[in-house]
Ligand binder design. Structure first.
Ligand SMILES: [Fe+2]
Ligand SMILES: [Fe+2]
Length: 436
């Protein structure tokens, strides 16, 4: 049973309130702000009567909103509805005007507020978990060699891949929980959540908020006025673009390593992934394709196996488990050979749809895929195109994009290719500062 905390100075009314909602909820009452912190940890909703804020001031409300994420439902007199609307601006979830049989709608309003909050809470938890995991990942990648990995000593015949698998099994490196964000966002959109609600949710994450505002003010999306709040930014970008950028911003936070040798690799991999995301989206727009998954995020995630493997290799090398003189080219080769299968397994484990898994598995070897989906063709092409543009980890030999199998199957002509190239370049230049 959920618990409701009533904050009110009107004892006669409190008795009635307790009677009305006591059957559905555990109810406690406070008549002063003392010890409210202890209560906040145990409750599902705060029912705040206007008598309370009138007596103790707005500070109480602000304190509750700051210290907890609990939904606060205001009870307001008929002559001060405006005041209640004001409180919604600072974060209360709704208000009930105390007229007629307002008790009758109380249980329903509380239920709705808690349900809505729970949905938002899931998303918020995802963001919090993501941030925690990113920190953990950073710490672990950067940890000194004190934690001993029971791998073979340098120079033995154990393959690099065996050692990588070994440290994953031991939980030495946690897999980031990033994909949850994509999934939760999708779930919320499917449920018909409004832009305001999305903005409210994202507000919890300062880094995401700031960057979304910058993106919305960039030349590409910018309007006549400068957006200053997240609400304005989300309204300008719309739901799809907002989600793409939430994916991109969260994803960006994962491209970290404390192994200096790998810094450049990881940075270039980020550039490669972001440009591939843009290219995938632009191609699907140019060809007016309706894909089952979002082209941008498909492109963004296609080399995720490479990222996680590079981080693992970086970790092993820092701990001197790979020997001093392991050739960087050999490491790169190992990651390259295994990243497709590894990425596909990761995405499967993260419960991504089969489209993502297929793309991770076959974006470098189309001929092995069966069947070859439209989205796979798009990312296959986008991957080659951005490599040919120099967004790659290594200097590639000349890539003939026009001759590629995906180009042929998608029926992309040279004019279209030039158009996509142009747009990708523009977007990459524009977003460079934002994602730095
Ligand atoms: Fe790849
Ligand atoms: Fe790639």
């Amino acid at each position: 049973m959920k618990s409701v905390l009533i904050a009110s100075r009107n004892s006669a009314e409190v008795r009635e309130l307790k009677e009305t909602i006591g059957q559905e909820y555990n109810v406690s009452v406070i008549t002063s702000p003392n010890k409210v912190d202890d209560y906040l940890k145990k409750y599902g909703l705060v029912l705040l009567d206007h008598t309370f804020t009138e007596y103790y001031g707005e500070d109480f409300l602000m304190g509750v909103l700051r210290k907890s994420y609990l939904p606060v439902l205001m009870l307001t007199p008929p002559d001060d509805v405006k005041g209640a609307i004001e409180t919604m601006r600072v974060g209360t979830c709704n208000y009930i005007v105390k007229v007629g049989d307002y008790h009758k709608v109380l249980n329903l309003s509380i239920r709705q507020a808690i349900e809505k909050f729970d949905e938002q809470d899931q998303m918020k938890q995802t963001i919090i978990t993501l941030k925690k995991r990113v920190n953990e990942l950073e710490e672990r990648v950067g940890a000194s060699g004190e934690e001993d990995v029971q791998a073979s000593s340098p120079g033995t015949s154990t393959s690099i891949l065996d050692q990588i698998v070994f440290i994953f099994k031991r939980g030495e490196i946690n897999l980031p929980s990033l994909p949850q964000i994509t999934i939760k966002f999708k779930e919320m959109v499917n449920k018909g959540v409004s832009l305001q609600e999305i903005a409210f949710l994202l507000q919890q994450d300062a880094a995401i908020s700031c960057k979304l505002i910058s993106v919305s003010n960039s030349v590409y999306y910018g309007g006549l006025t400068e957006n200053k709040t997240l609400g304005q930014a989300v309204a300008r970008l719309g739901l799809t673009t907002t989600r793409q950028y939430v994916d991109a911003i969260s994803n960006r936070a994962l491209y970290v390593t404390k192994n200096k040798k790998f810094l450049e690799f990881i940075e270039k991999l980020w550039e490669h992934s972001l440009s591939c995301a843009y290219a995938s989206q632009i191609v699907s727009e140019v060809l007016k394709l309706e894909l089952p998954d979002d082209a941008f995020t498909l492109g963004l995630m296609h080399d995720i196996g490479k990222l996680v493997l590079f981080q693992a290799v970086g970790e092993l090398q820092r701990r001197k488990k790979l020997g001093e003189n392991v050739d960087t080219a050999e490491l790169y080769n190992t990651v390259n050979i295994h990243h497709n299968k590894f990425g596909a397994a990761l995405l499967k484990r993260w419960k991504f749809s089969s489209g993502y898994v297929q793309i991770a598995a076959y974006h470098d070897n189309l001929e092995e895929a069966d069947p070859i989906s439209k989205e796979l063709l798009v990312v296959h092409f986008a991957n080659l195109l951005v490599k040919s543009m120099g967004y790659d980890q290594t200097q590639q030999a000349e890539i003939d994009v026009e001759d590629a199998e995906s180009t042929r199957l998608l029926r992309l002509n040279s004019t279209m290719i030039a158009q996509v190239k142009d747009q990708v370049k523009g977007r990459m230049e524009e977003m460079r500062g934002i994602f730095a």
